[in-house]
Write a protein that binds this ligand. Structure first.
Ligand code: AHR
Length: 841
C-alpha cells in the first residue's frame, strides 16, 4: 500500500551541513548486530471478536447452539461465572474472582418470528444430538403455520450479516423432524425485509440430515439476517447452521475473511503466535483451549470459552492456524496451557503430580504439526489433508505466568519437548511487564523469554534506551506483546510514533531481540475488549491504524546489519516546558493539604489561607483554618488554584492522608481539565510514586515508578515540594528528592546496512510538530548514487485512519536527490521516515 511518488524534492535537501544543528552520523565501517529476519511477527488471540465474527469468515453466530453453556469447570450463579474455588497458583489461596456470563438467552444470536396467525416456540434441546461432543440443538415446535403465516428462525450474525450483491454464500445446516411435512426455506433477508436470496429444502426426516446449497445475493446489505422459515406444523430440530462467503482468503473452505487476512499477509509476518494471550490460560483449567477438540469435523468442535467473555466455535482450530501460517509464509508459534488458569483471573491450577498428561498432550500436538505422516498424530494430520509437516518452529510454555513454581513447571516441559524435538525453539512466558528476574533465575534453560510491554504515550520516548541496558544471556528476547495503548485515543499518530520508537529500540538491540509482535491484532469495534488494537473492523469494513503501517514499513525496510549511529538531536530547551496551572487531587483517597506556598525566585507569589483561591471540581472538598480537605472516594477530584503561575516556580505544602487507598496527587502544567502532568505520590495502592501524564482525560505513568520502603502513613503530615523548572520538575518528600521528570526527546534514529542492496537504511522518528532539518552524515560510505525516502506522516499526534478514510495516513515513497554522504534532510512533522541511500556497489 506504500504509494510511490516519483517526485524529487531536491530543493528541500541541502548538501552542506550547518554548524550547531542536530545531527545523525552513521558509520558505515562499523557494523553491529545482524538483524533477525524474524523480528516482526503477529500475535492472534480470540479477543474483541478478532476471530469469531472477525478473521474467521463464518457469518452465523452460535452456529452449533452451544453458546449458552457454562464454561467447563465453572458454575453459574446469578448471572456470574464462578470458577472452581480452589487455590490460585501464585497466591496459594482461593481468590473470589468471577465474571459476568454474557449469554442473554438459551440460544444467543437466534430468535423466533411468527407472522400472521402462525404460532411456534423454540427451545434448546439436548436429546438425540447430532454429535455427543456438541449435544445442543434448537427445537422448533410449530403449532400453526401455512404458506402465508410463517414461522422464521432468525440468526442475527455478528452485528448483522454482510451480504454483497452477486456474491455467493455457502450454506450448510442439519435438520431432523417429527411429523413435519413442510419445506424449510433458507433466506438472506435485508434490514428492510427484502429477500436477497432464498432456497427451499424438503424431505425433513426423523434422522439428522445435512442440507447444503449456494445462495447468490441479488442486492447488498450489511445488516442482513439469515432465516430458516417453516410453513407447516410439526417439530423440527436444527443444528450446525453455517454460512460462509464463497470468497475467502486463498479460497479456502472454512476460510478467513479476505480483507482481514490480507491485512495480516501484507504485514509479511515471520511467524504467527497463537492462540493467546489470556485465551490460552482460560478461566478454569478445563475451559482452556484444547487442541484435540479444535481439529476434525467442524460439527464436532465444542468450542472454547474466551476469557474475554464469549464463545469461540474453534473454526480456526489448530489445523487452520497452521494452514494459515503456511498460506502467508509464516512460521507457527503454538502457545499451550500448562495446567494453570489465567493468574489475572482465577489462577486455579493442576498440581505438579498431574502435569505429565499435559506434557504428553503437548507432545501429541507437536507430533500432529510436524511428526511424520506415519506417526499416530502425523497420520491424523495427513487424514485431515496435510501429509507434509506444518511450519511449526516455536512453542511457548503458558502465557504471562511467573514465579519459581512456574519456572519449575517450565523446566519439565522444556526437557520433555527438547528431548523429542531439539529443533524447536522453546519460549518461557514472563509476566505482563518486562522480564521477571526470579523466574529467569529459576529457569534452567530456555531459548527465549517472552516479555510483554503495554505502555502509555511517552514511555517509549522516555525509555528509548530500555533494552540497551539488558544483560545479555544465552537466550534471546521475544517481545511477544507490545503496544503504546494509553493516552492515544483508540490508537492515533502519537501511538504510532511511540510504537516506532519502541521498534527502533528493539532493532538497535538486534543481538538480543530477534522477535516481536504487536498486540492485540484485531478488533471488531462492536465488542472491544481492549483499548487499542492494530486493525479495526466491523462486519463489512476494516482499516489498519497508523501503527499498522509503521510496523509494516519498518518490517519491509529492515537492514540486515546495524551500523554504529550517533544521534544528537537535543530537546529544544529555549522554551519553558511546564507552563500551565496547578491543582491538588486524590484518587479513592481522603487527604488534607495546608501551608501551601509558591515562590518564584525570591518572590512569594502565593500563600494559602483563602478558600476562594481554589476552584473545586468533583469529590467533596472542605476548607477550614487554612486546611483544604478532600473527604470522599472517587477518581481525581480537583482543587484548581485560580491564580496564574509563572513558567518556573517552587511549590511547598504539607499533605496528610486521612483515608482510602492511595495518597496525594499534584497536577501541574495544566492546559485544561483533561490535559496535564501530575506528581502522584502513593499510586498503585500506595506503593509507588511517579509522574503521570493525563492526555484527553486518559492517564499514563511517564516515569519509572519509585517504590516506597513503606507506604504513606495515615494521619501524618508530609512535606512535599515541587520544583518546576524550565526543563525539569523535581519532587521532594520530607526534604529528600523523590523523583524527577524531564520532557523526553522527540527525535530517534538508527542506521543500518542492507547488505543485499548495499543501501544505508536510516530510520527516523520525528515526534514534533515542526519540520526538523537534521544533518545526516554517512561516515566511510562508498560513493552515494541515489536515495529514496519512505515517509509516514500526519498533521498532528491526534490523527488516525478511520472507516471513512482507511488510508489517509499511509507511507509514501519519494525519490530523494542525494549524491553526497553528508546532507541535510528535513524530516516532516509527526513523521516516521526511512531513508534508503544507495551506495555504489
Ligand atoms: O493482548 C491482550 C492481553 O494482554 C493478552 O491476552 C495477555 O497476554 C496480555 O495481558
Amino acid at each position: 500500500m506504500t504509494r510511490f511518488i516519483a517526485y524529487t524534492f531536491a530543493c528541500l535537501i541541502g548538501t552542506f551541513a550547518y554548524a550547531q544543528s542536530p545531527k545523525i552520523n552513521v558509520n558505515v565501517s562499523q557494523p553491529g548486530a545482524a538483524i533477525s529476519n524474524s523480528l516482526h511477527g503477529i500475535f492472534f488471540e480470540e479477543i474483541s471478536h478478532g476471530g469469531e465474527g472477525g478473521l474467521y469468515a463464518e457469518l452465523i453466530q452460535n452456529r452449533s447452539f452451544e453458546e449458552s453453556k457454562v464454561p467447563e469447570g465453572c458454575t453459574l450463579d446469578s448471572g456470574w461465572i464462578i470458577p472452581p474455588r480452589t487455590p490460585h497458583f501464585a497466591a496459594q489461596r482461593v481468590v473470589d474472582w468471577k465474571m459476568p456470563f454474557e449469554a442473554k438467552s438459551d440460544y444467543p444470536a437466534w430468535s423466533l418470528l411468527t407472522s400472521g396467525t402462525a404460532a411456534a416456540t423454540i427451545t434448546l434441546d439436548l436429546t438425540n444430538p447430532l454429535h455427543t461432543e456438541t449435544p445442543r440443538s434448537l427445537r422448533v415446535d410449530i403449532t400453526r403455520a401455512d404458506s402465508k403465516n410463517k414461522v422464521d428462525v432468525i440468526n442475527e450474525g455478528f452485528w448483522g450479516i454482510n451480504i454483497e450483491k452477486d456474491e455467493t454464500y455457502q450454506l450448510t445446516f442439519y435438520a431432523r423432524g417429527t411429523k413435519y411435512k413442510g419445506d424449510i426455506t433458507a433466506s438472506l433477508v435485508g434490514a428492510d425485509g427484502k429477500v436477497l436470496s432464498e432456497q427451499k429444502f424438503n424431505s425433513i426426516g426423523n434422522e439428522w440430515k445435512k442440507f447444503t446449497t449456494t445462495l447468490k445475493a441479488t442486492a447488498s446489505d450489511n445488516k442482513a439476517t439469515f432465516h430458516l422459515s417453516f410453513s407447516k406444523k410439526g417439530t423440527v430440530w436444527l443444528d450446525f447452521v453455517s454460512l460462509f462467503p464463497t470468497k475467502t482468503f486463498k479460497n479456502r473452505p472454512n476460510g478467513m475473511r479476505v480483507d482481514l487476512a490480507t491485512y495480516l499477509a501484507e504485514l509479511k509476518p515471520a511467524f504467527v503466535r497463537w492462540p493467546g494471550g489470556c485465551f490460552v490460560e482460560g478461566i478454569s483449567v478445563e475451559s482452556a483451549p484444547n487442541w484435540k477438540r479444535s481439529i476434525g469435523p467442524l460439527e464436532k468442535r465444542s468450542g472454547t470459552y474466551s476469557p474475554w467473555g464469549y464463545w469461540s466455535n474453534d473454526g480456526i482450530g489448530y489445523y487452520e492456524f497452521m494452514q494459515f501460517c503456511e498460506d502467508i509464509g509464516a512460521d507457527a508459534m503454538y502457545v499451550f496451557n500448562i495446567g494453570i488458569a489465567c493468574e489475572m483471573r482465577s489462577g486455579v491450577y493442576v498440581d505438579d503430580e498431574h502435569v505429565q498428561p499435559i506434557i504428553n498432550d503437548v507432545l501429541d500436538a507437536i507430533e500432529y504439526a510436524i511428526g511424520p505422516k506415519e506417526s499416530k498424530w502425523g497420520a491424523l494430520r495427513a487424514q485431515h489433508g496435510h501429509p507434509e509437516p506444518f511450519p511449526l518452529k516455536y512453542v511457548e510454555v503458558g502465557n504471562e505466568q511467573v514465579g519459581v513454581a512456574y519456572a519449575k513447571r517450565f523446566n519439565r516441559f522444556y526437557k520433555a519437548i527438547k528431548e523429542k524435538y531439539p529443533q524447536l525453539e522453546i519460549l518461557a512466558a514472563m509476566g505482563i511487564a518486562h522480564l521477571h528476574q526470579p523466574t529467569v533465575s529459576a529457569i534452567e534453560k530456555m531459548d527465549f523469554a517472552d516479555e510483554h510491554a503495554y505502555k502509555a504515550a511517552g514511555w517509549a520516548m522516555t525509555y528509548h534506551d530500555w533494552f540497551d541496558k539488558y544483560q545479555r544471556k544465552d537466550w534471546k528476547l521475544y517481545v511477544g506483546e507490545y503496544a503504546c495503548n494509553s493516552g492515544v485515543g483508540s490508537g492515533n499518530m502519537t501511538a504510532a510514533l511511540n510504537d516506532a520508537t519502541y521498534i527502533l529500540g528493539m532493532e538497535r538491540n538486534a543481538d538480543m531481540i530477534t522477535m516481536s509482535s504487536y498486540a492485540p491484532l484485531l478488533e471488531n469495534v462492536n465488542d472491544t475488549d481492549w483499548p487499542v488494537n492494530l486493525i479495526r473492523f466491523d462486519n463489512s469494513r476494516s482499516f489498519g491504524r497508523i501503527s499498522y503501517y509503521a510496523i509494516k514499513m519498518l518490517n519491509e525496510n529492515k537492514a540486515t546489519v546495524n551500523l554504529k549511529t550517533l544521534v544528537d538531536v537535543p530537546v529544544v530547551a529555549d522554551k519553558p516546558q511546564f507552563t500551565g496551572g496547578l491543582a491538588l487531587s486524590t484518587w479513592d483517597t481522603q487527604a488534607e493539604f495546608k501551608d501551601i506556598t509558591i515562590t518564584s525566585g525570591n518572590n512569594t507569589i502565593y500563600q494559602s489561607g483563602n478558600p476562594d483561591d481554589w476552584k473545586f471540581e468533583g469529590g467533596a472538598w472542605t476548607s477550614a483554618n487554612g486546611t483544604i480537605a478532600q473527604t470522599t472516594d472517587g477518581a481525581w477530584p480537583m482543587a484548581f488554584l485560580k491564580q496564574q503561575l509563572p513558567d518556573t516556580y517552587v511549590l511547598k505544602l504539607k499533605a496528610k492522608k486521612t483515608g482510602g487507598y492511595n495518597a496525594f496527587m499534584i497536577p501541574f502544567a495544566i492546559q485544561d481539565e483533561k490535559n496535564y502532568l501530575r506528581a502522584h505520590i502513593g499510586a498503585w495502592v500506595n506503593r509507588i510514586a511517579a509522574f503521570e501524564m493525563v492526555t484527553k482525560g486518559a492517564d499514563a505513568i511517564v516515569t519509572q515508578p519509585v517504590r516506597f520502603e513503606k507506604p504513606i502513613e495515615l494521619n501524618r503530615w508530609y512535606d512535599i515540594e515541587l520544583h518546576v523548572g524550565m526543563t525539569e520538575v523535581v519532587c521532594y518528600m520530607d526534604g529528600k528528592q523523590l523523583m524527577t521528570y524531564t520532557r523526553p526527546k522527540s527525535v530517534f534514529a538508527i542506521g543500518g546496512l542492507d547488505e543485499k542492496t548495499n543501501e544505508v537504511v536510516i530510520k527516523v522518528v520525528n515526534a514534533t510538530n515542526e519540520v526538523n532539518p537534521i544533518n545526516i552524515t554517512l561516515e566511510h560510505a562508498a560513493k552515494v548514487t541515489r536515495a529514496k525516502a519512505i515517509t509516514l506522516s500526519a498533521t498532528s499526534g491526534d490523527d488516525e485512519n478511520s472507516f471513512e478514510h482507511p488510508e489517509q495516513f499511509v507511507p509514501v515513497t519519494e525519490a530523494v536527490k542525494v549524491n553526497t554522504p553528508a546532507f541535510v534532510y528535513p524530516f516532516k512533522p509527526w513523521s516516521i521516515t526511512i531513508l534508503r541511500i544507495q551506495q555504489e556497489k
